[in-house]
Design a protein around this ligand. Structure first.
Ligand SMILES: Nc1ncnc2c1ncn2[C@@H]1O[C@H](COP(=O)(O)OP(=O)(O)OP(=O)(O)O)[C@@H](O)[C@H]1O
Ligand SMILES: [Mg+2]
Length: 375
């Protein structure tokens, strides 16, 4: 697979009226600091989009602009084709769940969930039924009279979720709803949230900096860095066709072979090494490039096995990971500094080929798995 795409933010956006939410060119400054820089994306009806990026890249700022909690400096937010950019949060019909549960400590679980329904004027008897229905929906039957301090972190976040979906919002906004929970609760709750979201069909925007969470839950992922939207796509597109080195390295593990030069339409040179790729796109011959490949795509070869990109390498380190080993090795390239790369090798193969530190092995970098980026 080849990647020469420039940063693209909408390779798979559903067209027209299917776009429930459309964010167009949002920018936001805090003093001289640009927290959001011309961010655009769309969200289809019933879709779950994860905004993924490192700490401080502007995820919460973007979510708050969509919610109407903070006003952007430029750009617009359209819900169902209607420009809501100037409307306050109370008139956007959104449900919000924050990282810190943000429940009212002096209200019980049931009262917390009922709060938004009562302020919207729902009759008491209907509120009671709706709260019971919601408690069951988030798996909290029988916990209605407990106060937040009497509930675990996971249970508090279920209450927060029930409270957010109680008035059947048009859009559900989740800002790192799971990050305060321990790993086990987190992975269970993420599956529950996803299945609830699908059952209700509620259009959802969820912020996370956890790539595993994004890959597991999202219909599509928007990757951000330093206030900019770098790429949007399905988890499969983001993982297998990252549009730039940042996306490639932020999601999963990636090896980079730097300082290569394009020699001909399909070959790249680094010192004495020649690497063949499937297609290098419009990059001119002589251009500086970075090649990239994931550890699971590198294959260990026994002598004599045919291969297009067969390289010699010396094993530096093995790390046991249960089902496989992560093997760090330096590529032995004449007239060039050694490149260190990592490959995932099955435990069986490590034993069979007696791979250990300082062993010299052959590796194949399959042509169709090499990604190409302009340096
Ligand atoms: N009210 C504010 N005043 C000044 N700077 C702010 C304000 N809010 C956010 N920032 C800055 O804007 C940038 C983006 O912040 P934001 O909270 O959106 O990041 P984030 O991606 O949500 O990070 P995290 O993953 O840590 O929650 C940060 O550098 C932050 O310091
Ligand atoms: Mg944040």
């Amino acid at each position: 697979m080849l990647h020469r795409r420039t940063a693209e933010t909408e390779p798979s956006a559903p067209p027209g009226p299917e776009n429930h939410l459309r964010v167009e060119g949002i920018s936001k400054r805090f003093g001289h600091f640009k927290a959001l820089d011309d961010v655009s994306f769309t969200l289809g009806r019933g879709e779950l989009l994860c905004i993924l990026g490192p700490s401080g890249c502007g995820k919460t700022t973007l979510l708050r602009a969509v919610a109407g909690l903070d006003r952007q400096d430029a750009g617009s937010v359209l819900l169902d084709g209607r420009d809501v950019s100037l409307l306050p949060v109370s008139r956007r019909h959104v449900g919000i769940v924050f990282q810190s549960y943000a429940l009212f400590p002096n209200l019980t679980a049931a009262q917390n969930i009922a709060y938004g329904l009562q302020t919207r004027g729902m009759p008491r008897s209907r509120v009671k039924d709706r709260v019971e229905e919601l408690l069951a929906l988030v798996g909290l039957q029988g916990q209605d009279r407990k106060f937040p301090s009497q509930l675990s972190g996971g249970q508090q976040q279920r209450v927060a979720l029930a409270r957010a979906i109680a008035p059947s919002p048009s859009l559900l906004l989740l800002d790192e709803p799971l990050s305060a929970l321990d790993a086990q609760v987190r992975s269970r709750l993420r599956m529950e949230i996803r299945s609830l979201q699908q059952r209700l069909g509620v259009t959802t925007l969820m912020v996370t900096h956890d790539q595993e969470e994004a890959l597991a839950m999202a219909d599509r992922i928007l990757v951000m860095d330093r206030g900019r939207a770098l790429q949007a796509g399905t988890p499969d597109e983001i993982y297998n066709s990252p549009g730039c080195p940042f996306v490639a390295s932020f999601i999963g593990s990636m090896n980079f072979i730097r300082d290569t030069v394009k020699e001909s339409p399909r070959t790249f040179r680094k010192g004495s090494l020649r690497l063949l790729v499937e297609d290098s796109g419009p990059m001119p011959d002589g251009a500086a490039a970075i090649l990239a490949i994931r550890p699971e795509d590198i294959e260990i070869r026994q002598n004599g096995e045919p291969s297009r990109n067969l390289l010699k390498a010396e094993v530096q380190r093995l790390e046991y990971r249960g089902s496989n080993f992560r093997v760090a090795m330096s590529l032995l390239i004449e007239d060039s500094e050694a490149s260190l790369i990592e490959a995932d090798v099955t435990a069986e193969k490590v034993r069979k080929l007696r791979i250990c530190e300082k062993t010299r092995i052959h590796v194949d970098l399959p042509t169709h798995r090499l990604l190409v980026y302009a340096a």
